[in-house]
Design a binder for this molecule. Structure first.
Ligand code: ADP
Ligand code: MG
Length: 294
């Protein structure tokens, strides 16, 4: 009876839009008590748009957009796409091609544009490089944070020049999904590389109380290990390359089908449509399949 029950489970899973890597992955679902959710692209749509632009008094908006947009055009990060698209739309001109480009995971991008050494990313990317943000720009960071937006700092040739506000919307179904996960007895935790104010604003909107923010990609797996060390059995839901190690470390890894191949490969289950509500269905289904097997 065992193989039949498993086939029913995986077949029903396919109908719900859940791909199960192998029946053995279901074993851990019974004991899962904690669910860690990546923010960008998992709880939120990940479709960011460029909002307000702040500059220092001696810098023009066009220069900030042109140099930041040119670098971001070379990156696949959702924030990068928002900045590149926003820059093209607002300047009405083609972006220059960077002379060189480096992606710094969880922090931003770095490269040379029009002969300038440009940095675009978390404010920390600039401060780590010894570039302080002047008062006009730190005020912009505060403004962005109070509105739940992500602030991206832009600097070149050793000086901070601007702050770009980028916003992302929570998925329509996220709050309902969190309620369904709680009903299954799971404690949700929001995990993100984004800043604390943005993370807390998203958490509040969907009903999550526990937030781990400003976590670098390589630290995401450590957060999972820390929870496991407390005796918790942890499921993780994510979509990005930066989530892959955490997905593999978790007792149960769930990837958004709309996410990257790296996330899907590192996971036990894939939610084909990228709908967070299906996470609860997946856990309920695998628990029920196991009951049938016993
Ligand atoms: P998340 O954990 O929410 O999916 P990431 O770990 O990918 O986010 O990124 C964390 C933070 O690093 C972002 O919120 C952003 O501030 C910054 N960042 C990462 N990549 C870029 C980029 N290409 N351009 C600008 N900022 C970036
Ligand atoms: Mg993500």
């Amino acid at each position: 009876a065992t193989p039949t029950a498993l086939m029913v489970g995986t077949g029903r899973g396919a109908q719900l839009g859940i791909l199960i890597k192998g029946p053995e992955v279901l074993e851990s679902t019974r004991r899962v008590d904690t669910i860690v959710l990546d923010k960008t692209g998992t709880v939120t749509t990940g479709r960011m748009t460029l909002q307000t632009i702040h500059t220092t008094p001696t810098t023009t908006e066009t220069d900030v957009l042109r140099l930041a947009g040119a670098l971001e055009h070379a990156s696949e990060h959702p924030i990068a796409q928002a900045i590149a698209t926003g820059a093209t739309d607002r300047t009405g001109a083609a972006l220059p091609t960077p002379e060189d480009f480096t992606n710094i995971p969880g922090l931003g991008v770095q490269g040379t544009v029009d002969g300038h050494a440009v940095l675009v990313g978390r404010p920390r990317l600039l401060t780590d490089a010894g570039i302080d943000l002047p008062g006009t720009l730190t005020a912009a960071l505060t403004e962005a944070a109070t509105q739940g937006r992500t602030a991206i700092a832009v600097g070149w040739d050793g000086e901070a020049r601007g702050v770009l506000e980028v916003a992302d919307a929570v998925k329509d179904s996220s709050a309902e999904a969190i309620t369904a996960l709680r009903a299954l007895g799971l404690t949700p935790i929001l995990l993100t590389g984004d800043n604390r104010a943005v993370a807390e604003s998203v958490a509040r909107e969907v009903g999550i109380e526990e937030v781990r923010a400003e976590v670098l990609p390589e630290e995401k797996a450590h957060v999972i290990e820390g929870l496991q060390a407390q005796g918790r059995v942890v499921a993780m839901v994510g979509d990005g390359v930066n989530d892959a190690a955490a997905l593999a470390t978790a007792d149960l890894g769930l990837a958004m089908g709309t996410g990257t191949d790296a996330a899907i490969e590192a996971s036990d289950l894939t939610l084909v449509r990228g709908d967070l509500k299906v996470t609860a269905d997946a856990i309920r289904l695998s628990r029920r399949t196991l009951t049938t097997i016993k």
